[in-house]
Design a protein around this ligand. Structure first.
Ligand code: 5AD
Ligand code: SF4
Length: 473
């Protein structure tokens, strides 16, 4: 990393930046990093596009009708840009993320009022692009996949992210599932060197983070270079992370069943601070469909991985992603998905109707499933998943569990945090005093998506985490 050339001069003029983020945690993280690189140029956050000098739309291509949403938003922003221009103000408009990556040329052709189009690999160039855009007549496009590490160019001092911080360790994917755009939009699989990850983690903890979630499209395929010159797997990286003073919790997402190796599974047994909750998308419970999806594993392998994980960490709860109506999926295939869900049980899961993404193999495959059939399957699956989620939440009632307090609750006098299983928990308490601490909470009630309870009597005893700031690492 380098900060050369960023010596502070006179404070830059105050400008406002509004970022709209669609999609996954990776995009949320990328948006925060874009705000970081623009901060030295004087950009502070704006509440809404109306009060902004620059608007970035950070797009996601994975499921929704992404480009239609983008173009309708761009239509609204065109009007805003005109209004501002008539009162002599400027609005710089940028489109970032996976839609920018996939459809850069189309964006500038259809929406010539866009100033900057940039792909996920080029965020470190934003300041330069903003400068160029204010000079250039046409749009500035930057969507190449560079060989160098985009993370190396981002500034060292990240804005504090709060009690839970996200840290990208891996990007891209080489797996080419039949339905997925990620390998095309995010490029080849790449892992950050372990030393850079650990340094960023220490900075996040120094800035107040008590929980770090490692992010990557294929996070458990992580194989970053270690300080010893050898490739480190995710298990090794997590063990090193666990030694960072002041850090209380670790998570990682999103994993692929194929990359769930024994060393990583062993880390779940060894590290109590690695939370007992894992997002492990399986997509389907039918071997035929898994094969058509090019997932590289069958149902039996998934079952084996789940068994090993549960043996390592008996309180582990699983979350997953499912797609219904992949081309060729029959009623019997769908029944196999329902059976797998009943067998494994998923306290949290995301389920989607298959939607063809242009350029992916499944989009052109025969035997597309009719929309009405997809709807019916999705409803049946979601009803079952909702039942499982509610059942899991109910099963926590009466338990005393550690809750990491992340801020105030919705009502005055309430604090809020997360259970080890990622459930939001509300309790009466002084949020400011409890912020960033893991406290024992007795759960009194379960709601569809959250829990509520009371600080347990042992609070202040040996279970509660000390509040001192961690020593600088
Ligand atoms: N259609 C429906 N769902 C999809 N996903 C990815 N691509 C598609 C698609 N074309 C879902 C998968 C993935 C999650 C992030 O989004 O379930 O795991
Ligand atoms: Fe997409 Fe499959 Fe890669 Fe996941 S593993 S990002 S679903 S191609």
């Amino acid at each position: 990393m380098t900060t050369e050339g960023q010596a502070p001069l006179a404070p830059p003029a105050r400008k406002r930046l509004f970022i709209r983020t669609w999609g996954c945690q990776m995009n949320v993280y990328d948006s925060a990093r874009m705000a970081d690189v623009l901060a030295p140029l004087g950009y502070a956050p704006a509440e809404a596009p109306e009060g902004a000098d620059m608007v970035i739309l950070n797009t996601c291509h994975i499921r929704e009708k992404a480009s239609e949403k983008l173009f309708s938003e761009l239509g609204r922003l065109r009007e805003l840009k005109k209004e501002k221009a008539s009162s002599g103000e400027k609005l710089v408009l940028a489109v970032a993320g996976c839609v920018a990556q996939a459809e850069g040329a189309e964006i500038t052709a259809r929406a010539p009022w866009v100033d900057i189009v940039l792909g996920p690999q080029t965020y470190h160039k934003l300041p330069e692009m903003v400068a160029r855009a204010s000079r250039a007549a046409g749009a500035v496009i930057e969507t190449d996949f560079p060989v160098e590490d985009k993370f190396d160019h981002l500034p060292e001092v990240a804005a504090p992210q709060g009690v839970t911080a996200f840290l990208t360790v891996q990007e891209g994917c080489d797996k080419f599932c039949s339905f997925c755009v990620v390998p095309y939009t995010r490029g080849a699989e790449y892992s950050r060197p372990a030393a850079a990850v650990l340094a960023e983690a220490r900075r996040l903890v120094a800035a107040g983070a008590r929980e770090i979630a490692l992010l990557g499209q294929n996070v458990n395929a992580y194989h970053g270079e270690g300080p010893d010159g050898r490739a480190w797997g995710l298990g090794r990286l997590l063990r090193e992370m666990a030694d960072i003073p002041g850090l209380l919790r670790l998570r990682y997402t999103t994993s692929h069943p194929r990359d769930m190796d024994d060393d990583l599974i062993a880390a779940h047994a060894e590290l109590p601070m690695l939370m007992p909750f894992l997002h492990l998308p399986v997509q389907s419970g039918s071997d035929r469909v898994l094969q058509a999806m090019n997932r590289g594993h069958g149902v039996a392998e998934f079952r084996r991985v789940v068994e090993k994980l549960r043996a390592a960490r008996p309180d582990l709860a699983l979350s997953s992603d499912f797609i219904v109506g992949h081309p060729g999926e029959t009623a019997a295939d769908f029944a196999a998905t329902m059976a797998l869900v009943r067998e494994v049980e998923f306290p949290l899961a995301y389920s989607f109707k298959y939607s063809p993404r242009p350029g992916t193999p499944a989009a052109g495959a025969p035997h597309q499933v009719p929309e009405a059939e997809k709807d019916a399957r999705l409803q049946a699956l979601q009803a079952l998943l909702r039942e499982q989620q509610a059942g899991f939440n109910r099963s926590r009632v009466g338990m005393t569990m550690q809750v990491l307090i992340s801020g105030p609750g919705r009502h005055p006098g309430q604090a809020a945090g997360r259970s080890p299983w990622l459930q939001p928990v509300h309790l009466p308490g002084d949020a400011a005093a409890l912020l960033g601490r893991e406290v024992p909470v007795t759960i009194l009630a379960a709601h569809p998506n959250s829990l509520s309870g009371l600080l347990a009597a042992s609070e202040g005893g040996h279970n509660a985490q000390p509040r001192e700031e961690p020593a600088p690492a």
